[in-house]
Design a protein around this ligand. Structure first.
Ligand code: NDP
Length: 291
């Protein structure tokens, strides 16, 4: 199958690598060197022009937000062929996705939103969980047949937009969990409890989470703060989740507070920060550091 793949960032680069094992993958990236390296090292084909990705049975986008996806749709709309499927793996905005799907449908192109979870390690190991919004079971099956090379658990979440919606909601749960766990670890530390002990007790009890088991120990104990998922992306996800709550006239104070805290942290830490660095903001709010 010929696949056009657009966006070779932290997630897209390894995903396109897995696809190239079975398919003819034409890659395009804004920073061309990354696409050249992909073609050189992973057997994909370098797109001479972005329009080369449109001449495919499937087009996949993996970009920061729906805004960049829409810009690419604008560019490729005159070139896409009826019968093509557009899979958007970006953690996007479901409202924008529905409009994008309508625009593509006018050209006979089916749209599936297929955001992923599992972090860069999941993209590297092809163990991602992929949640899809698809108009029909047939569209879901078609997308699944492609994306099975990138993930382990592939779920049809509902109509177009449902994948994007559940993605930002689960990321909001993760954000709130990272925040409250960091706060409680800071209090434990200030109370005089060894942080390793505090995390061990948390992980042996009801406060256990992905944050306490996998994300925070390396940062809080070893003071290593790798960039694996940009805070800017996480903030974007939680803002989309809030916009869905707003749209439904829902009362969701915890979600609103989480968004406020993450947006404030982004302003403090800047665009280059990793999302777990919010723990540094919590320490700073208390006039201290984790070291
Ligand atoms: P990166 O920032 O690593 O990569 C973003 C990609 O988008 C790059 O290829 C970049 O090109 C390209 N890009 C950015 N702006 C534009 C533009 N204006 N026009 C064209 N291309 C553009 O992001 P990730 O791979 O980390 O994330 C991608 C999506 O996946 C996001 O929606 C994110 O929320 C989601 N996600 C990320 C996870 C993670 O752990 N990183 C986990 C799960 C989901 P260039 O190389 O030129 O900068």
């Amino acid at each position: 199958m010929k696949i056009g793949f657009i966006g070779l960032g932290a997630m897209g680069f390894p995903m396109a690598r897995h696809l190239a094992k079975e398919h003819e993958v034409v890659v395009w990236n804004r920073t061309r060197e990354k696409a050249e390296r992909h073609a050189r090292e992973h057997g994909s084909h370098l797109a001479g022009d972005i329009r080369d990705t449109a001449d495919a049975e499937v087009v996949i986008t993996m970009l920061p937000t729906s805004r960049e996806v829409d810009e690419i749709v604008d560019t490729l709309l005159p070139s896409v062929r009826p019968g093509t499927m557009w899979i958007d793996a970006t953690s996007g905005d479901p409202n924008v996705s529905k409009l994008t799907a309508e625009r593509l449908a006018e050209k006979g192109v089916a749209f599936v939103d297929a955001p992923v979870t599992g972090a860069t390690v999941g993209a590297e190991n092809a163990t991602l969980t992929i949640m899809m919004g698809a108009k029909s079971a047939a569209d879901f099956e078609r997308a699944r047949d492609v994306l099975r090379l990138c993930g382990k658990t592939l779920i049809h979440a509902g109509e177009i937009g449902a994948g994007h919606a559940i993605k930002v909601l689960t990321n909001s749960i993760m954000g709130a969990t990272v925040w409250i766990t960091s706060e409680c670890m800071l209090i434990a530390k200030q109370y005089g409890i060894n942080l390793e002990t505090a995390l061990a007790v948390t992980n042996a009890g009801s406060g256990r989470s992905n944050a306490s088991e996998n994300l925070l120990p390396m940062r809080l104990l070893q003071h290593k703060w790798p960039l694996v998922f940009k805070l800017a992306h996480h903030d974007k996800d939680i803002r989309i989740a809030n916009s869905l709550a707003h749209q439904q006239h829902a009362s969701t104070p915890m979600l609103a507070l989480t968004q406020q805290l993450f947006t404030a942290s982004l302003h403090q830490l800047g665009e280059g920060a990793d999302y777990i660095e919010v723990a540094k903001v919590i320490a700073a709010m208390n006039g201290t550091k984790w070291e």
